[in-house]
Design a protein around this ligand. Structure first.
Ligand SMILES: Cc1ncc(COP(=O)(O)O)c(C=O)c1O
Length: 345
């Protein structure tokens, strides 16, 4: 196998990360606390400029609890129509919090909601409509090809929400990438939301983990709800140690992934008429010519040693990550290019 570029979740923990995990000081995090988890939560809370943080096994559970802390049953949550929290988490949020999503349509020609779209979607409180108890943002935006919502747009959305008295939860699974790409400290993005979920198992290369940040009283409620959904983990310091190692070693290299995504995109662009969405970060979406299907291209690329994702019937996705360098991405691009050309022939 030359490369698995289906996702940034496929990375394997490095030897040094495994060593850090083996050496972790641990305790019972459900009883009286695990020292490595405390260290990680304190470090990330400080980095994000929030009062408290809570470690989760997955981003989906972090989002589940992040929504539950703000909402009441029978209310609605405003969300981008292509958001992962609505499209890719098995309706967990709707099931657990008994909310309904109201989808915010994006303006013509845009793939994600902007501040103006959000402003238009906020309606006056009435006895006929469910109360809007939360706004969900996603940055970077997975479905839009790792697109970054800029800090100015994010601030505008935060201000619109504040003026309307509605809290904001940010699905920041890849907010690390947004910060690196924009050259803006991550705390500035986090300041636009009340709670933020960040994945540790994507660009940072941990085997497991996500974190939720917010103010102390909100995170106190989050702690109880995490227990309710079975997220209380005992000697979880072995996992937190991987994340502490990743913050030391892998955080500062995310722009390498972005450069590799751009390299790949440039090499695939135009293959038999395919068009590439220019990547803001580490995700590359390739729209195939009309006669070519994504599943055929993925199967052909697999035969040639490269794994890519089928995103829609006419779109493939490739993601640059820690375990692929510029040389491998160059070779992978040549494979994907010839797979597209072979399918188009
Ligand atoms: C934007 C976004 N949010 C949340 C998640 C969920 O994370 P997890 O797979 O850790 O549950 C993902 C996973 O791909 C994602 O891309």
């Amino acid at each position: 196998m030359l490369a698995d570029i289906r996702s940034d979740t496929v990375t394997k923990p490095s030897r040094a990360m495994r060593q850090a995990m083996a050496d972790a000081e641990v305790g019972d995090d459900v009883l009286d606390g695990d020292p490595s988890v405390r260290l990680l939560e304190d470090r990330i809370a400080r980095l994000l400029g929030k009062e408290a943080a809570l470690f989760f096994p997955t981003g989906s559970m972090g989002n589940l609890v992040g929504v539950a802390v703000h909402t009441t049953p029978g209310s609605e949550v405003l969300v981008d129509s292509n958001a992962h929290i609505m499209q890719g988490e098995m309706a967990g949020v709707a099931t657990m919090s008994s909310i309904q999503f109201r989808l915010v349509p994006s303006s013509e020609g845009r793939s994600i909601m902007c501040a103006e779209d959000l402003r238009r979607s906020i309606r006056p409180v009435s006895k006929h409509n469910p109360l809007t108890t939360l706004i969900c943002l996603e940055n970077t935006h997975n479905g839009a090809g790792g697109a970054v919502t800029s800090i100015s747009e994010s601030r505008m959305m935060g201000a619109i929400a504040r003026d309307a008295g509605i809290p904001v939860h940010m699905d920041g699974a890849r907010l690390w990438n947004a910060s690196a790409a924009a050259g803006v400290p991550i705390a500035e993005f986090a300041a636009c939301a009340d709670t933020v979920m960040l994945s540790l198992s994507k660009g940072l290369g941990c085997p497991v983990g996500a974190i939720l940040v917010g103010d102390a009283s909100t995170m106190d409620r989050a702690h109880r709800i995490r227990k309710r959904v079975g997220g209380g983990m005992r000697q979880s310091g072995v996992l937190a140690a991987a994340a502490l190692h990743a913050l030391d070693v892998n955080l500062d290299r995310l722009s390498d992934d972005h450069a590799n995504a751009r390299l790949f995109a440039g090499l695939v662009e135009g293959a038999a008429g395919a068009t590439v969405v220019p990547p803001d970060t580490n995700i590359v979406m390739v729209d195939l010519p009309p006669s070519v299907t994504a599943s055929d291209v993925a199967a052909k690329a697999r035969e040639m040693g490269v794994l890519i994702s089928v995103w829609t019937p006419s779109r493939i996705r490739a993601v640059a990550h820690l375990d692929v360098d510029a040389d491998i991405m160059t070779q992978a691009a040549a494979v994907v290019r010839s797979a597209i050309e072979a399918c188009a022939a």
